[in-house]
Ligand binder design. Structure first.
Ligand code: AMP
Length: 279
């Protein structure tokens, strides 16, 4: 497995793959890899000849008071996990390889990004689309795999790819959860064991919302109220609960089974956690 830190070398590696008529799948990550990331790698492995995993804690998608400095970084463990999963190349650049000091160009999706996480993290998606666009231009993958844990992110990336004619197929991966139902996330590392146990309420509340929809309820406000009431506690504060279109993550007026998703973000103490479920 190659470990590549320069954009130029990454480009050359990809170019060589294409010259050999090999297809390339990219799995973009911020590292601190867990079973959720590994499931994306497995999907990439099945869908292309060459798998590239990027490990880059992207500064432009963090707000000024967010956890960029403290975000877990475990490069050696990540490389080992990738090696054991049959990854061909890890692209782990320093920020200076991705952003020039006077970089002044961004990619900005301006509809889907305005909702849900975009409201509480104003420049987050601009950072995501910009870095994903940059990674696509460096790696030039045939496919790129993203997890539905971040369903709004998938919708934003799909929109970007469509609107800007990026020549890449977006592949979605299902959410991987702990036995308790808590969605795996690098940020779960911030939770102590007791908090991890308490955080199961998030998925449990989504299941209650889904059960209400399964019983025939199409009323968005009722579903939202049930989820908010079930999840809220002394430690858990809701940032948003929304019923959205399954594909675009845009809010809907009527919850429709097979077409909608319940998305949630909470503060668990000082840890921001998100999750969602299709109904
Ligand atoms: P991150 O490192 O948090 O930026 O995540 C990198 C990719 O892994 C994104 O496409 C995420 O949606 C995906 N991912 C993170 N956690 C999970 C999970 N529990 N299940 C499935 N995919 C996930």
């Amino acid at each position: 497995m190659k470990i590549i830190s320069s954009a130029e070398e990454m480009r050359a590696f990809s170019k060589e793959c294409r010259r050999e008529n090999k297809t390339v799948a990219l799995v973009p990550t911020m590292g601190a890899l867990h079973a959720g990331h590994l499931s994306l790698i497995d999907i990439a492995r099945k869908s292309a000849d060459i798998v590239v995993v990027s490990v880059f804690v992207n500064p432009t998608q963090f707000g000024p008071n967010e956890d960029f400095a403290n975000y877990p970084r475990k490069p050696e463990e990540d490389f080992e996990a990738c090696r054991s999963r049959g990854v061909d190349a890890v692209f782990a650049p320093p920020a200076s390889e991705i952003y020039r000091p006077d970089a002044s160009t961004y990619i900005s999706e301006e509809q889907i990004s305005q909702n849900l996480c975009g409201k509480s993290r104003p420049k987050h998606f601009r950072g995501v689309t910009t870095v994903v666009g940059i990674l696509f231009n460096i790696v030039r993958p045939d496919k790129a795999v993203f997890g539905l844990k971040d369903a709004q992110q998938v919708a934003v990336i799909r929109r970007m790819v469509r609107d800007l004619f990026f020549d890449v197929e977006i592949v979605e991966a299902p959410i991987i959860r702990e036995d308790s139902g808590l969605a795996l996330s690098s940020r779960n590392a911030y939770l102590d064991p007791g908090e991890r146990e308490g955080a199961r309420r998030i998925y449990e509340s989504l299941l209650k919302g889904k059960a209400l929809a399964d019983d025939g309820c199409t009323n968005v406000d009722r579903i939202k109220a049930l989820v908010i009431n079930s999840v809220s506690s002394a430690k858990i504060r809701v940032i948003y609960v929304e019923v959205v279109d399954r594909l675009t993550s845009l809010p809907v007026q009527v919850a429709e089974r097979g077409k909608s998703r319940i998305s949630i973000a909470v503060w668990y103490g000082r840890v921001r956690l998100i999750d969602n479920i299709e109904i």
